[in-house]
Design a protein around this ligand. Sequence first.
Ligand code: COA
Length: 219
Amino acid sequence: MAVQPDGSRVRPPGGRPALAAVTVAPMRRRHLRGVLAIEHLVYPRPWTAALFASELGQPDTRRYLVALAPAAARSLRPARVVGYAGVLVSVGEAHITTVATHPHHHRRKVASRLLVALLRQSLDLGAEAATLEVRVANHGAQRLYARFGFVPAGVRPGYYAETGEDALIMWAHELRSAAFAARLAEQAALLDRPGGDSGAPDLPVPWVKERVGLDGGGG
Ligand SMILES: CC(C)(COP(=O)(O)OP(=O)(O)OC[C@H]1O[C@@H](n2cnc3c(N)ncnc32)[C@H](O)[C@@H]1OP(=O)(O)O)[C@@H](O)C(=O)NCCC(=O)NCCS
């Protein structure tokens, strides 16, 4: 696939099929092995099992979800964790703490599926606005968040101490508006569409090992 001067890749005709039969469920301790395997592939300073367990132990203000792909027919193995996401909701603000998809399944709408569910649960917890931090060079993730109404609101210099990178702060306001409800419904309606459907080229996602993007190759 053609690589553009800005590092992005042009999608092949037809795009990448969405991952079939993925379900979203509350994260449980039994999922942590699969979660940590992904965590180690996508972040330079992975969260520990203890940190996830601590988050799971605060259900009044936190919601953590996993995306599960069914095991092969007649297999005795449990469903595979292919992604996860979390949020902390406090005084009307939803702080998205993490979103990750297994690198073999990027651009297959896994993160979108998680964000639709996570933002709905944030509304249930009383959120009126949502925020997150994302590496300034993580243009792929920023594009994802923009689809859900997040806009840049500032930079936290050196936020990622392990690499010295700056964080872009993004906010989505008026989560309880009809316009936001329509945006969420629109994203939910696109979940079974192929990857690349939006026309976005495959933008860089820093630090990820073994990434398979739109073209089925590394990226
Ligand atoms: C960012 C991340 C979570 C996206 O997960 P994903 O499951 O591949 O995202 P989706 O398939 O749901 O993407 C939905 C839309 O977001 C946009 N998007 C997502 N990743 C993109 C990329 N690399 N380049 C361009 N657009 C992208 C596209 O518009 C895409 O729709 P399309 O494929 O129909 O064009 C994934 O790349 C990841 O796990 N990265 C490592 C961890 C990370 O960076 N997390 C964010 C920390 S703040």
